[in-house]
Design a protein around this ligand. Sequence first.
Ligand code: B4P
Length: 191
Amino acid sequence: MFNLILFGPPGSGKGTQSEKLIAKYGLKHLSTGDLLRSEISRQTPLGKEAKSIMDKGQLVPDEVVIGMISSALDANPDARGFLFDGFPRTAAQAEALDKLLELKEAPIAAMLALEVSEDELIKRLLKRGETSGRSDDTNEVVIRARITEYHNKTAVVADYYKKFDKVVMVKGEGTIDEIFSRLCTEIDKRA
Ligand code: B4P
């Protein structure tokens, strides 16, 4: 089993690159953002709780997202590997993921971390907000809150994987195809 984490601040292109990576490498895509938005659109109790948190630009509680990932792993026993997109986002989530993967004897091969300047992140997210219907993309105050959450709670996740020498920094600016090609070069070294 070959497992990868795609990491980076909000708007760094994780969702965009994930679509291309899963098609090329045959991995199962697990995006906690997509899983949460699916709960919101189905108006489940979890979705209702998540929406009010996401609309403020904050992170959903660890136990909620860890539970979703645990169920998704169990639901895909035959996957060749997983691409984790937007997860883990806190140190507690990273530790929980390691434990879940230990049970499957399938550790993380690498964390690919997209580097993008803050100005570019805000520009991309506001542009997506014009068409996506995502309420967390239309308001610059909320976008800045998401970036602050990233610096306060998520950036440390890279330090966690650095201890195991698994972090690969990748320049996340340029065309979508240029960035995809940089990611593939790094993955092919490890596959
Ligand atoms: P996510 O759904 O994970 O989304 P994201 O961080 O906003 O975006 P991503 O990096 O995937 O950007 P994308 O490729 O789409 O999170 C949303 C919210 O869910 C969080 O704020 C949080 O509340 C909650 N959540 C999710 N996971 C959680 C967890 N584990 N724990 C707790 N809470 C959690 O790209 C953005 C835009 O840029 C797109 O419009 C795209 O077209 C454009 N773009 C991409 N690449 C480009 C390029 N090279 N050049 C120009 N534009 C580009």
